[in-house]
Design a binder for this molecule. Structure first.
Ligand code: FNR
Length: 184
């Protein structure tokens, strides 16, 4: 079983990112197990935690959970033309202590979304920058920028537009191919 961790860059209760992620999770084939990884409970990363033994329990739990994950799907909104701080904090927490990164070599894919029409392009590309340094092979094509995201979801949080579902299936299939290349 290949384990895909889903990290959502929004803590909002009715987050469009979360709802989109839940729809995308359903599109993975047999043999792939998806799970949402909690990042909202992580304290702000502080390098002192690497030097002493008072590591917050939430950080240890997050790192342990991520160690069991084979690949990472990021679904995020854009905040001020970049990624939300909660997501950057999770990346930083997972990257340390030095030499023990939970990200190293794990395939990743990014979906950005916005209720506006620029579709989180800035967040999507800012996220790619740390992922290069963290040595995560990131799905290049297709890129996933979802604009007008509020209109994509019905009252039950489902994406009903056939074209969007087909596009997301193509995206997941390409991600699955990428993951398989790194599983071999
Ligand atoms: C936003 N929003 C936003 N939208 C966008 O397209 N580009 C941006 O740069 C920003 N900046 C921004 C900053 C902050 C602090 C907030 C709170 C919001 C709007 C954002 O896309 C909208 O609130 C989404 O609904 C957030 O995603 P979730 O929470 O629905 O997943």
């Amino acid at each position: 079983m290949v384990r895909v961790g889903i990290l959502v860059g929004s803590l909002r209760r009715e987050s469009f990112s979360k709802k989109i992620a839940a729809n995308v999770a359903e599109l993975f084939p047999n043999g792939f197990e998806t799970s949402f990884v909690e990042i909202g409970n992580l304290p702000l990363y502080n390098q002192d935690f690497d030097d002493d033994h008072d590591v917050p329990a939430e950080m240890t739990a997050f790192r342990n959970k991520m160690k069991e994950i084979d690949a990472v799907l990021f679904v995020t909104p854009e905040y001020n033309r970049s990624i939300p701080a909660v997501l950057k904090n999770a990346l930083d927490v997972g990257s340390r202590p030095y030499g023990s990164s939970v990200w190293d070599g794990k395939p990743a894919a990014i979906i950005s979304q916005s209720p506006g029409n620029i579709s989180g392009f800035g967040a999507n590309h800012h996220l790619r920058q740390p992922l290069v340094f963290l040595n995560m092979p990131v799905l290049q094509q297709p890129e996933a920028y979802l604009a007008n995201s509020a209109d994509l979801l019905n009252e039950n949080g489902e994406i009903t537009n056939e074209g969007t579902i087909q596009f997301l299936q193509t995206f997941v299939d390409a991600f699955v191919d990428l993951i398989k290349r790194y599983q071999a």
